[in-house]
Design a protein around this ligand. Structure first.
Ligand code: SF4
Length: 214
């Protein structure tokens, strides 16, 4: 087993995934991903529930709703003025391009599906990848700021590595069928132990494999 494989093996052994409800359909999932950007789970969850109960998180209701009503509902997630515009535009585009149903995109091959999703307002490669990992079961590992930092500290990728390089290094190392777990657990590890400031290297289960503390 390589050193990088050992790192991911230990990560999977030392952590349990927190249970989170799955969205009922890919559009709702996309709404939640958009609301979760730069927001913690609790605030995203509150904003999403408020949106569901006051406007509805389906393309038809979002497209028909006034921007102000969407903004008011999603206030707890922050950046609500910008996000409300994004959500309304995405809803209109999903209706126009996919007849309101993103399922047809999720069954496409990865690159094609990613391209289609990135054609939607506010959907970049990371948002597209998160949706394709969680809702289409693609064996990919989207990279957020925690995953960037950890991969570089551990020397899995060089310091100047970009999104695609980190993604492909992790994807080729992760055990089959565990890509989603690796994504979720690396983020958890980045919040708990390998924090941006003052990482807890002393008690870290990866310390003997990590060049960073030296
Ligand atoms: S030893 Fe420190 S820098 Fe290395 S992975 Fe653990 S917490 Fe992060």
């Amino acid at each position: 087993m390589s050193r990088d494989e050992e790192i991911l093996k230990r990560l999977l052994e030392n952590y349990k995934r927190p249970w989170r409800p799955k969205a009922a359909d890919p559009f709702r999932s996309l709404v939640r991903i958009i609301l979760s950007q730069n927001t913690n789970y609790k605030n995203e969850s509150t904003a999403y529930s408020r949106l569901e109960s006051s406007v509805g998180a389906i393309p038809e209701s979002l497209a028909a709703a006034p921007i102000e009503a969407i903004a008011e509902a999603i206030k707890p997630a922050g950046m609500y003025n910008r996000r409300s515009v994004v959500l309304k535009n995405v809803a209109e585009e999903v209706l126009a391009r996919f007849d309101g149903d993103l399922t047809q995109v999720l069954v496409m091959p990865y690159e094609e599906a990613r391209e289609e999703l990135m054609g939607l307002t506010g959907v970049g490669y990371k948002t597209a990848d998160v949706l394709l990992m969680f809702d289409a079961g693609k064996q990919i590992i989207p990279v957020d700021r925690h995953i960037f930092r950890i991969s570089k500290r551990l020397g899995i990728v060089p310091e100047n590595a970009g999104y695609e390089q980190v993604r492909s290094a992790l994807e080729s190392t992760a055990p089959t069928g565990r890509h989603e777990d690796v994504h979720v657990l690396l983020i958890q590890f980045g919040r708990d132990i390998c924090r941006a400031l003052r990482p807890k290297c002393g008690g870290c289960f990866l310390r003997d494999l990590c060049p960073y503390p030296n």
